[in-house]
Design a protein around this ligand. Structure first.
Ligand SMILES: Cc1ncc(COP(=O)(O)O)c(C=O)c1O
Length: 480
């Protein structure tokens, strides 16, 4: 244990200790069943107090990573460690038209089945609902702004909200201005506008594989073609794969989530992100960065937006408050020094402007500092949920299941035995009172038929664990 604790860091000391133990487990320094250093020994070695170490160990025990054995000490458990990541898929041979709309519609309807434990929808805010705070800010805004709050807002968005976003980007190392930001109806509208600015029907768009099905739905409705670039669950996109793809295919634009991907929760390291941006910009290819999960990281630091590395203005960043504050407010944005003007015109033509009251409430929520405090708690809750869900899957889904250990976000991606049909499993699970997302939705090809996505964006209760146990029984009984 050569590493020391950094007292200047914003992370709590006990979190740093917990992360250290987790890192030792991930690198294999500590193995399942190993006895970990005693409280006193570690406190001496790291020069911090015994209660802080105890707090870290108790947190790890609560999420099932450590177990305390009476009169013996703390041991690394084996359950969550047993897992392995899903395999990286093979490169696609060609770009293809997308045809997923019908299936998405069917699944969407079923996923909202009343009474089913909702493991299908990714709604991180559901893990720690903040409706009371938002209701309070709504009342305050209505009381002070009155009829102004329900009028038409400016086309490109409410100026105070855009200024708050500028300040947040400054914290991430990106200098921007309110004029470079356009407020949209969620990230989905930002993505739709970006695609229309960079490409036309028939053009090829490179997407991560697996990727968020909403992107596929957009590509389909805009009459474009999708080319899948396989993701590695642990390291994200491979630059070699991207280079090969742009050498061989006339790719017009890429839609990537370089910070945290959906559904794999993969994260690209900063050097690779920078190389990716220059690779694409040198070839004149636009990068639409889908950063909706960027703020929900589990590491000590947020990944920078790829926009930070842009030299030629070919990166458009799309994001929203849907995963961090209020999906129903439909407040997102698009950031681009190069395309903001054209984007604002298209936004005006498409939907005039976004709901002013919702923007106003979010602006006040941000200014008050309450949003950031909430975000810190939300990340903690999501992290704990993730560990619990992983431990539950490792212990109950059989030995032939591989699953991710996401770097952030609110979903796990599971690769089930090859013979499993994810869509059939989806119906069986619904009959058992559990909703999930079948893997087929996450690519234009059929390569993820045997995969499913599960969300841990909900309050962790006995009901959730029981639902996972029921699902585990179904999965474990599948033929291999
Ligand atoms: C990766 C990703 N991008 C974009 C969106 C759309 O976000 P919004 O609800 O802000 O339109 C989602 C929503 O699930 C998502 O998961």
């Amino acid at each position: 244990m050569g590493r020391q604790i950094d007292r200047q860091e914003s992370r709590y000391l006990y979190r740093q200790v917990a992360d250290l133990i987790r890192e030792m487990r991930d690198t294999g320094t500590l193995r399942p069943g190993d006895r970990i250093p005693s409280l006193r020994k570690l406190a001496e070695r790291l020069k911090i107090s015994i209660p802080t170490i105890k707090q870290a160990y108790e947190e790890l025990e609560r999420i099932g990573l450590l177990e305390a054995r009476p009169k013996s000490g703390y041991y690394l458990t084996s359950s969550a460690n047993k897992s392995s990541s899903p395999r990286k898929p093979r490169m696609a041979a060609s770009a293809v038209p997308v045809s997923r709309q019908e299936l998405i519609e069917q699944v969407h309807n079923a996923v909202h089945t009343p009474g089913a434990v909702p493991l299908g929808i990714s709604n991180p805010v559901g893990a720690l609902p903040n409706d009371r705070a938002l209701a309070r800010w709504t009342r305050r805004v209505m009381a002070s702004a009155r009829e102004h709050a329900i009028g038409y807002g400016p086309f490109a968005g409410f100026e105070p909200l855009r200024r708050q976003l500028v300040l947040r980007y400054l914290d991430m190392g990106l200098n921007t201005t309110p004029e470079q930001l356009v407020i949209t109806n969620g990230a989905q509208e930002a993505l739709a506008i970006s695609l229309q600015l960079l490409a036309k029907p028939g053009d090829i768009i490179a997407v991560e594989s697996p990727c968020y099905f909403g992107i596929l739905e957009l590509i389909e409705s805009l009459g474009m073609l999708a080319y899948e670039i396989p993701l590695c669950a642990d390291t994200g996109l491979s630059l070699n794969d991207v280079a090969n793809a742009i050498d061989k295919h006339p790719i017009k634009a890429c839609v990537f989530s370089s910070s945290i991907t959906n559904p794999m929760g993969a994260r690209l390291d900063e050097d690779s992100k920078q190389d990716l941006v220059s690779l694409l910009e040198n070839r004149g290819i636009g990068l639409i960065e889908d950063d909706v999960y960027g703020d929900l990281y589990f590491d000590s630091q947020r990944g920078k937006p790829a926009q930070c590395y842009s030299q030629k203005g070919l990166v458009i960043t799309c994001s929203s408050f849907s995963k961090t504050a209020a999906p129903g407010h439909r407040v997102g944005w698009l950031l681009s020094p190069e395309y903001a003007g054209a984007a604002a015109r298209l936004k005006r033509a498409l939907s005039c402007s976004s709901a002013l009251l919702n923007q106003w409430v979010l602006a006040e929520y941000l200014v008050s500092g309450e949003y950031d405090r909430y975000l810190r708690q939300l990340r903690q809750v999501l992290f704990t949920n993730k560990e619990r869900m992983r431990a539950c899957i490792a212990g109950n889904f059989g030995d032939n299941v591989r699953f991710t250990n996401p770097a952030g976000g609110a979903v796990l991606w599971l690769e089930l035995p090859k013979k499993t049909d994810g869509s059939q499993l989806f119906h069986q699970a619904l009959d058992a009172g559990v909703s999930l997302m079948p893997g087929t939705l996450f690519a234009p090809s059929d390569r993820y038929r045997h995969c499913v996505r599960l969300s841990y964006g909900l309050p962790w209760t006995d009901k959730v664990e029981e639902a996972l146990l029921r699902l585990g029984k179904i999965v474990a009984s599948e033929p291999c």
